[in-house]
Design a protein around this ligand. Structure first.
Ligand SMILES: Cc1cc2nc3c(=O)[nH]c(=O)nc-3n(C[C@H](O)[C@H](O)[C@H](O)COP(=O)(O)OP(=O)(O)OC[C@H]3O[C@@H](n4cnc5c(N)ncnc54)[C@H](O)[C@@H]3O)c2cc1C
Length: 375
């Protein structure tokens, strides 16, 4: 088993760290506060070769690996900024189209996601369902060479930003089909963004589909087999989300160490007190465990293994573990940690998201438990 990172991976980590520190960190608090991402950021990710990570070069990608995507995620996550999710969605949606799409779909939809000119979206949640995609009520009716889509999608990241999204709707057979939808189509409208606890700038909107005509050529994968597209995407997205948590956990530790070394308690820096040393050591050990398991699951993905259960177990472990790391970090900062002047405040709020998005912690328990209990 290989535990050493390649020279290429180390270079990518360094590039992502520089990008995070120079391009995102200086504006991260403003993005969060203004709830808006500057338009030029996604093209900057493209220029830094962080879009199209798992896409062949012929479609504008870099032909890299799932593990490298995880490694750069960890660095970008240290900013605790929602901009990561625009970059991640462009990567994961492009990879999904590359996996399931026809040659025509790949040529049409992937390059604009790799060059940062378009924003991807993935739309499955609806007002009446998030955890149970089988309960989707959006419909797709056949009409000549088109499907006509109707319904409401809830909490769609980048639903309102220019580009393409993968939308799920029930066709005339009541089965769920995945469609690539142009977000500038007639009949496609959005709500104002939801005001979130963290992740300011995420651009989370409801999308209203009213007689949106989608060419039949835009069906992704097989008609009626949309769940296969969705479940495969969610498994990969879970690993990326856990790398995002891991990077934020590492930032919590770094911020805590910086603070504790400077803060004088009883005439000495806090780091001299055993209680705080213990908290810091527990944070470090937790983060290391999260790190190596995340790398392992990403490596399995690169080896072509099935990661549905691994990614669910990973999420089950990492969400509470990193949330506890964030709690300790806030405690170490005392009341300063509760103030927006300190980065730990943003980290704490952002870290709260992971148990209820993508698919919730409880759903991971059901997934892993039913796998273990299989006959
Ligand atoms: C920042 C953010 C970004 C998002 N981006 C997107 C996006 O781009 N696209 C998209 O489609 N959605 C997106 N979502 C929506 C998100 O994925 C869903 O909200 C999530 O899947 C949970 O669905 P729900 O809110 O309807 O919760 P519900 O499904 O109503 O669940 C509520 C509670 O019940 C529990 N529960 C539900 N069913 C079961 C069960 N069978 N067994 C045990 N417990 C259960 C859940 O774990 C949860 O605790 C986003 C949400 C956020 C906050």
């Amino acid at each position: 088993m290989e535990f050493n990172l390649s020279a290429e991976s180390k270079l990518m980590i360094k590039a992502a760290r520089d990008f995070a520190e120079q391009t995102i960190e200086p504006i991260a608090a403003k993005i969060d506060g203004d709830d808006a991402i500057p338009d030029d950021l996604l093209p900057k990710f493209a220029k830094a070769k962080m879009l199209g990570m798992m896409i062949p070069k012929e479609y504008g990608g870099t032909g890299s690996t799932a593990l490298n995507m995880i490694l750069i995620t960890e660095e970008l996550a240290k900013t605790a900024s929602a901009v990561y999710w625009s970059m991640a969605l462009n990567n994961s949606v492009a990879e999904t189209i590359c996996h399931w799409g026809s040659d025509d779909q790949k040529e049409l939809f992937i390059p604009p996601l790799c060059d940062g000119s378009n924003y991807a979206a993935m739309a499955f949640t609806e007002p009446a369902t998030g955890s149970d995609p089988a309960a989707i009520t959006s419909t797709a009716h056949s009409d000549d060479d088109y499907y006509v889509l109707n319904g409401t999608k809830r909490f769609i990241t980048n639903g309102q930003r220019k580009g393409y999204g993968i939308f799920y709707a029930k066709d005339e057979t009541e089965k769920v089909t995945a469609f690539v939808v142009d977000k500038s189509s007639d009949g496609y409208t959005c709500s104002k963004p939801w005001a979130l606890m963290g992740l300011g700038g995420q651009g989370l909107v409801d999308v209203f589909l009213k007689n949106v005509r989608v060419p039949k050529a835009n069906i992704l994968g097989e008609k009626g087999k949309g769940f296969n597209v969705l479940l495969r995407w969610i498994a990969g997205e879970r690993v990326q989300q856990m790398a995002f948590m891991l990077g934020m956990g590492q930032a919590c530790l770094e911020e805590s160490l910086k603070y504790a070394k400077e803060r004088i308690v009883k005439g000495r820096p806090m780091t001299h007190m055993q209680g705080f040393q213990w908290m810091l050591s527990e944070m470090h050990a937790s983060i290391e465990a999260c790190r190596w398991w995340t790398y392992r699951v990403a490596s399995k993905q690169d080896e072509g293994d099935e990661i549905q259960v691994d990614s669910a177990a990973l999420k089950l472990f990492i969400v509470p573990t990193i949330q506890e790391v964030a709690r300790k970090a806030l405690q170490i900062h005392g009341s300063y940690g509760y103030c927006k002047n300190y980065k730990i405040e943003r980290l704490y709020r952002t870290i709260a998201h992971a148990g209820v998005t993508g698919s919730s912690t409880e759903i991971q328990k059901t997934l892993v438990g039913s796998y273990l209990a299989r006959p």
